[in-house]
Design a protein around this ligand. Structure first.
Ligand code: HEM
Length: 365
């Protein structure tokens, strides 16, 4: 009998067989291929969530690199950032990428939030996608607030102090929350320790869990279709496959967004102010980051008292009502009547215009 030599197994095939036997990759590919993206004149808004996700990945990588040198101690925090900026190879670059990346990501998230709102993507069956999205927005604003203090320069110190004073005015929980975040009555070492832990441990864990849920829901329900698209006869509607067609375009848009991030980083490296002096008076015209300017300016305009109630408290309650409006909109506008849809749109337009107007006003005043 002639024995034939066994042909050597293709190593690529062997690896892919090994992985496919152990992970549900086929099912995952099927899920990715099943999703189709509707093609219409608002399709460009479908890129925003992906841009936010890509920028988040930049934040994770640059954040880990920054942690190598950053020291969360009141006497060393500012010096460690100064060292990064001036003595560590590419330290200024990584820090600028992280700071500009945070701002671009929050901008992308605001656009993502309002575009999904106006496309009514919060309606059944996407209520959970919408609510996980709202929580993600709160978490990302939390990243911005806690990260801002860490360099311990004068602007970050006083902006945080003012932010926490405002938070303490919230009814019932405000003073307790502000006390817990400060770790006492003043912004001090305890505050840096807490903010650092929240920024690098608590929020990332919450974010990763919620983002996993958010993206899974997007995949399960597919992309929402605007009313005008849905109303068309089936034969006139066109779609493209999410994978690989839309995904390749996603990658192209990410490269463009990365270019914008690199341009900002190179042309306007992130600056560092003088070290905070808790006993000095607050510098004149101190302001929070641009994404907190609208509430800041709105509260500044409130009179000291509105009837028997403190003006700032009235302002906080009005802003809380806006937040509640966004949470309950999937119950209110369920696509059953034209009037509720119109009111939901009007609410979104008013909030968006107010946000833009108060932000510009806050920046100029
Ligand atoms: C870290 C934050 C976030 C990431 C990484 C993210 C990512 C994504 C991605 C990749 C998509 C699919 C593509 C798209 O429609 O853009 C998506 C869809 C969606 N997102 Fe987000 N998102 C985030 C935050 C938010 C926020 C703040 C909201 C609003 C409250 C939100 C609400 C939605 C909704 C409703 C959809 C479904 C859109 C549709 O089906 O047309 N997301 N998100």
């Amino acid at each position: 009998m002639v024995s034939h030599p066994v042909p050597p197994k293709d190593p690529y095939r062997a690896i892919s067989e090994f992985v496919c036997d152990r992970l549900p990759l086929e099912a995952m590919r099927h899920l990715a291929e099943k999703k189709k993206v509707p093609l219409h004149r608002h399709s460009m808004w479908y890129y925003l969530g992906g841009i936010a996700g890509m920028l988040l990945a930049v934040q994770v990588v640059t954040g880990m690199l920054l942690m190598v040198y950053y020291v969360p101690e009141i006497n060393s925090a500012h010096a460690s950032i100064l060292k990064l900026n001036t003595q560590i190879n590419f330290g200024w670059f990584v820090r600028s990428l992280h700071s500009w990346g945070a701002n671009l990501m929050i901008l992308a998230l605001f656009v993502h939030l309002f575009s999904t709102y106006f496309m009514r993507a919060y309606r059944k069956p996407r209520e959970l996608t919408w609510w996980t999205g709202l929580l993600l927005m709160v978490i990302c604003l939390g990243f911005g607030f806690t990260g801002y203090l860490l360099p311990w320069d004068d602007v970050s110190f006083f902006a945080t102090k003012i932010g926490l004073d405002v938070a303490s005015k919230m009814p019932f929980v405000g003073s307790f929350l502000a006390y817990m975040l400060r770790g006492g009555d003043t912004v001090s070492q305890a505050t840096i320790s807490r903010f650092f832990m929240i920024h690098v441990a608590a929020l990332p864990v919450l974010l990763l869990g919620l983002m996993g849920g958010h993206l899974m829901l997007v995949q399960v329900h597919g992309m929402s279709e605007p009313e005008s698209f849905k109303a068309q006869p089936e034969a006139r509607k066109s779609y493209e496959k999410f994978f690989p067609n839309f995904f390749m375009k996603d990658v192209l848009v990410w490269i463009l967004a990365l270019n914008a991030l690199f341009a900002l980083t190179m042309l306007m490296p992130w600056s560092l102010g003088p070290e905070a002096d808790p006993f000095a008076p607050a510098p004149i015209g101190i302001k929070p980051e641009w994404y907190f300017l609208a509430p800041f300016q709105f509260l500044k305009l409130m009179p000291p008292m509105v009837g028997p109630i403190e003006g700032e408290l009235v302002g906080i309650l009005l802003m809380a009502l806006v937040g509640i409006g966004f949470v309950v909109v999937p119950f209110y506008d369920r696509g059953l009547s034209k009037s509720s849809a119109r009111i939901a749109t009007a609410f979104g337009v008013v909030v968006l215009l107010a946000l833009i107007a108060f932000t510009i006003w806050g920046a100029l005043s």
